[in-house]
Write a protein that binds this ligand. Structure first.
Ligand SMILES: [Zn+2]
Length: 248
């Protein structure tokens, strides 16, 4: 079972792109990298209107039912609307995860508005992919909601934010934290170090397609000097286990 835990649609909302990231691009990427599933969130939902963007993701799930598992993007400052959106997309709509982008001025991972939303997510054991800017509030969130599986996007670094070594070692202290391998920096031994420190069962392959080049992201994992059984966990068995563990 091969799963990419970090894929987007509607990427014109994030700018600077070579691919548009429509269903044709995603289907071709899945075929090229032999992915059984892609976990997809809408950049429109992240940057502009989360209800409209999530509706795009629901449509994509219908268009590519054998390839796409949706992430529901939530914006906690919308209060009741965010809670209803979780019900619409995850409980009724069949999305498998939640994507959170707690970057100021949108919102911050440790602010009070997130409480009711995170309680709902934790109760349902739904995995959440969370952008790490910065990482400190993310780890506070992991402590406050130990039942919620939280995926630290970009292994806590990448994108020029900060190094990977600190977040990898911090992740080890939090049993509910998982590391997404999609990074725009290619630090030597990053995958080996993540597997060695937090364990192969908490590292998840992600490409951040179409923002990052999937061939490069896949090469990091396929060439990593780790056991074949660990590579299988990273390339999809872990994400599949998280999805199967939901109580929705
Ligand atoms: Zn992303």
């Amino acid at each position: 079972m091969r799963v990419d835990c970090h894929v987007h649609i509607d990427c014109t909302y994030l700018g600077g792109l070579i691919y548009g990231g429509d269903k044709t691009d995603l289907a071709a990427m899945a075929k090229e990298f032999k992915l059984n599933r892609m976990m997809v969130s809408s950049a429109k939902a992240i940057m502009y209107d989360f209800v409209e963007g999530n509706t795009d993701t629901l449509r994509l799930m219908k268009d590519l039912p054998d390839r796409v598992w949706g992430y529901c993007v939530l914006q906690p400052r919308f209060g009741e609307l965010a809670l209803k959106e979780f019900d619409r997309c995850v409980v009724q709509g069949g999305m498998k995860g939640v994507k959170l982008y707690p970057v100021l001025p949108l919102w911050a991972a440790d602010e009070a508005s997130i409480e009711p939303m995170m309680e709902k997510i934790a109760r349902a054991r739904v995995p959440s992919l969370i952008h790490p800017t910065p990482v400190e509030p993310f780890f506070k969130l992991a402590d406050r909601f130990p039942d919620a599986p939280l995926i630290l996007a970009h292994m806590g670094g990448g994108g020029g934010l900060q190094g990977l070594v600190g977040p990898i070692h911090e992740a080890k202290k939090h049993d509910n934290v998982y590391l997404d391998t999609a990074t725009s920096h290619f630090d030597a031994n990053a995958i080996e170090e993540a597997v060695r420190v937090v364990g192969a069962d908490r590292v998840l392959y992600g490409s951040d397609f179409p923002l990052l080049e999937p061939a490069a992201q896949m090469a990091k994992v396929s060439s990593a000097k780790i056991k074949e059984e660990d590579r299988r966990l990273v390339l999809g068995e872990n994400m599949n286990r998280l999805v199967k563990g939901r109580k929705v």
